[in-house]
Design a protein around this ligand. Sequence first.
Ligand code: FES
Length: 165
Amino acid sequence: MVVNKQNEALPQEQLNPPSAGEAAALGNEFVPEITVFTCIYCAYMSADTAGALRAQYPAGIKIVKLPCTGKVDARYLLEAFEQGADGVCVVGCPIGNCHHVNGNKRAQARVAYTQKLLDQIGLGSERLEMYFVTGGMGVTYATAIREMSERIKELGPNPLRKSMG
Ligand code: FES
């Protein structure tokens, strides 16, 4: 048993303070979980660059790599929310630089379509965003993810989580 100077047993929380994730689980702090769909080219490279530059971005990010953001469709995006994501980002190559020609334009249209669906079902289009970056734009990538995280903090947790139990 660990005791303080008054020889009183210390409460468990003082012995092992909760991590950010545990704190979130305990309801002390909301750490948004954000699913980020990236293509394996510019977008994933920018995430890598962000790491190499030690650009700070929040915890709670889950990256899903795709051959191209053109692979993303409304079903993928909505399933991410069904699985508990508080926010979803799609990050692709800049318009005109997609390695699959127009995949990022298709993704952009699907994101816009899914944003309308999110408004209709009451989740809110603000929980979904698309970004375009080159491989060297690590700081831009980190900034985008940070801004998205702040936006989701203001919106609060995904309301579908309650129904998931
Ligand atoms: Fe990057 Fe298509 S390959 S968006």
